[in-house]
Structures are given as C-alpha cells and as structure tokens.
Design a protein around this ligand. Sequence first.
Ligand code: 3PG
Length: 208
Amino acid sequence: MDVKAAEVLELSPVVPVVALDDAEQAVDLARALVRGGIGTIEVTLRTPAGLPAIERIAAEVEDIVVGAGTITEPGQAARAAGAGAGYLVTPGGTDRLLDDLDEVGLPYLAGISTVSEAMRLAERGVSAMKFFPAEASGGVPYLQSLSGPLPGLRFCPTGGIGPDNARDYLALSNVGCVGGSWITPKRLLAAGDWGGVEALAREAAALR
Ligand code: 3PG
C-alpha cells in the first residue's frame, strides 16, 4: 500500500514501535496487530533484525503498512526502502539526513522537539512530523501550545506514551496518531504471546 506523508498519521490512532531481536517473529507479530485492528507497525533499525523483519512483513502480511523507524544516518532510508518499507521515521533531523530522506522519496515522519525544528521542517514543505521524546519534551501542554503559532502542522507524539496518557494526546487538534512500544512489550515478544499482543492492539485501536 502506498501512502503520502500526511496519510501516515491516519493509518492508525496508535503506531506500535518495535525493536525486534528475532526477524522470525515479524510475521506473527504483524498478523497479531492486524487481528487487533491496527493497520501499521514501525519496525526500528535499532537491532540487526530490523531490516529483515521489514522485508518479511512487507512481503507476507497484507493489510498492514510497515514503516522503518530510528533512521538516524544517511543510507539507512534507501536500505529500508529496498526492504519494502512504506514510510520512514526519524527521532530528529539533520540537514544531511533530511536531504537523504527527500532523495529516497518515501513518506517520512521526521522527529522534532522544539518550535524551531518544527519550523525548519515546515520550510521544507513538511506538515506531518513526529514529536519526540514527547513526555520528556513537555508532553500534552507543549504540543497544545504549538497549535496556536503553527496551525498547519500535525504530529505523531512518541516517547513515554502508554494507555494512561494516549487519549490526552489524541484529543489534541494537532495530533493525528501516537506512537509507542507498550503494545509490543518485551515480555510478550519473548513468550511469543501473540494473543496478548492482539489484545493490547485491540485496546489501542479503540482509543479513538
Ligand atoms: C520511539 O522511538 O518512538 C520510542 O522509543 C518509543 O517510545 P516508548 O518506548 O516510550 O513508547
């Protein structure tokens, strides 16, 4: 499925962010999310299993858009695109990294945590971005404050978000979705507990 940058925010109210240790788990995990009603997964490149996991999900699981997360260096975006990623996510953005993302051409959510960083992305024509690390950077009140001076920008806050505060973020007019690792906790991955992941996904999908 092809998506545009702004559409990444509409794929699901919650984007599960996962760092997999074993690419063999990728397909079962993605299918559990789909059964729970979640239409996307961000597989981070923090582990060597990240790229092969993206490759498997893109090839074998329908009804889910797989994004590649934790893109921090030029070159990674092209490798993620080659593996079949539908979009890219970065924790922040240097000029070099953003140029590289533009060159690859996939939709991306680049991370910002300050007003000036958001404005720099807006200057590049980008209106959908990640707010990271959300809780540590000021959380809901901070994001709400951005909607006055920067009314055209929409965000996917990530970092420190869970079932207790996700609704507060999703209620903001400038938030399209939230991201987080709470739907795919290490304990469920270690146990291969796909029913447990499906249950958490179902709760997350119902948040909005
Ligand atoms: C991310 O990269 O988006 C975060 O690590 C996810 O943050 P969380 O683990 O606090 O949900």
